[in-house]
Design a protein around this ligand. Structure first.
Ligand SMILES: Cc1cc2nc3c(=O)[nH]c(=O)nc-3n(C[C@H](O)[C@H](O)[C@H](O)COP(=O)(O)O)c2cc1C
Length: 180
């Protein structure tokens, strides 16, 4: 469900001019954080890859379910591993948080938990978020939500977020990418 929601968001970001790199969480598989493992084997490939994706981007959009009203352990584990790098790879990255759930709250409580470590690590998490409730019945094909008002809200959120990122991309990055 979250993959489908992220797919819609990715298309909207592309439509607003973004160069989108869509990453499956499964591509970032990594062991549970263990300080002894880090000391003996270093930071695992999944976390290294996540750092590379973050460093290559001005902004990220996460779509995550909530588990037991909070952040899934797998997602927190990935954030914990990547937080071992200095400087923090999330630092000064703009982030937008989305969630989808078959339930009535749409995973929104999980997003409030997800926001906390991301902000601690220096990410600029966009104040507005989007949570899709009853997500199992919410999609019309691959790229549309059945509820036109919800689709309009998502369209507007992505448009606003993209404008916000473009206004706030550091000047040196903008110059390298020929942005105004
Ligand atoms: C361990 C676990 C805990 C869950 N806790 C919640 C929850 O607190 N709130 C909720 O809305 N859904 C909860 N769910 C249901 C998920 O929202 C549902 O599995 C959803 O489809 C996950 O998103 P996905 O389809 O993108 O994997 C939980 C699922 C699992 C496996």
């Amino acid at each position: 469900l979250n993959r489908k929601l992220l797919g819609i968001a990715a298309e909207l970001c592309r439509g607003a001019g973004a160069d989108v790199n869509l990453v499956e969480f499964r591509e970032l598989m990594m062991p549970l954080y263990d300080g002894d493992l880090e000391a003996s084997a270093g930071i695992p490939d999944g976390a290294r890859l996540l750092r590379e994706h973050l460093l290559a981007a001005d902004a990220f959009v996460f779509a995550s379910p909530e588990y037991n009203s909070s952040i899934p352990g797998t997602v927190k584990n990935a954030i914990d591993w990547v937080s071992r790098y200095r400087p923090f790879p999330f630092k000064n990255k703009h982030g937008l948080l989305l969630s989808a759930s078959p339930g009535l709250v749409g995973g929104n409580r999980g997003l409030w938990a997800l926001r906390v470590p991301l902000e601690l690590l220096g990410a600029h998490v966009y104040p507005d978020m989007f949570s899709l409730s009853r997500a199992a019945e919410a999609f019309e094909g691959e790229l549309t939500l059945k509820d036109a008002s919800l689709q309009a809200r998502l369209d507007g959120l992505i448009r606003d977020f993209m404008a916000h990122v473009q206004r706030n991309v550091p000047a040196d990055i903008a110059a390298a990418q020929n942005l105004p």
